[in-house]
Design a protein around this ligand. Sequence first.
Ligand code: NAD
Length: 281
Amino acid sequence: MIIGIIGSGAMGAGIAQVVATAGHTVHLLDQNAEALQRASLSIEASLRKLAEKGKLPLATAEAAITRLHPTSDIQQFTDCELVLEAVVEDLAVKQQLFQQLESIVTADCVLATNTSSLSVTSIAAACQRPERFIGIHFFNPAPLMQLVEVIPAIQTREELATEVRDLVESWGKLPVLAKDTPGFIVNRVARPYYGEAIRILEEGIADIATIDWALTELGGFRMGPFTLMDFIGHDVNYRVTESVFTAFFYDPRYKPSFTQKRLFEAGYYGRKVGHGFYNYA
Ligand code: NAD
């Protein structure tokens, strides 16, 4: 199967690695040449490291690398059977991208979004053939995280959800079907989790390191909420919080915090830029 991935940031690069390893030819596109170059190098390095550690046969890693085709030309997507986007979390950008894609891909090419919080139905509504549209939501880092949420829009043809679920399973992932509601399953639960951690900080109950320590050492979480928000990136995480809050008709349970908004405004996006709740320099 030939798969197109648009957006080669944290998620697009990880997803490209997953599907190339699973045996698919992958066209990976980004509008930013530097991001594309960075993604290709990081996928290659990651696959070779897995081979060195004995977690993946060297031949599989090398074959996956040869199946990966970075490109800045969307016309390369004409032969794709599935195109999944992982570009910025912005409804208008995603809608416009799929409108452009529909003039390039074949009529039966499946179109998918990795959105964390936007309505899959509203992205599908911008398409001429919304019945071939679906949400395939990976978690970060995609090569390591097993869970994938599969989210049919209300326009999606009925069998597509099962077909996509089987496909995702063939990639060695654990798919779960979810209804198209804001944040789906995991991000909906995660909003109050991050929000409450920030409120504990704002109310002076405990500092960042203590809250993270309590949740990892005592709570059994792999990362504390502040480490995790820094890892996800405040550009992504803040936008998702704002989007879930708006989509739930301003339900105060999902209200964003000024603390995170200020980090977002300052460009202190977390680990990827060296500043966030923690300093990484
Ligand atoms: P990112 O900022 O790391 O990467 C986005 C990439 O998309 C950038 O390289 C950018 O140059 C590119 N891009 C933006 N607009 C484009 C366009 N019109 N055409 C081509 N390329 C374009 O973001 P990310 O963290 O990878 O998130 C991408 C998507 O995945 C978002 O919708 C986000 O909500 C979702 N998501 C993120 C996470 C996470 O933990 N980061 C987890 C699950 C889902």
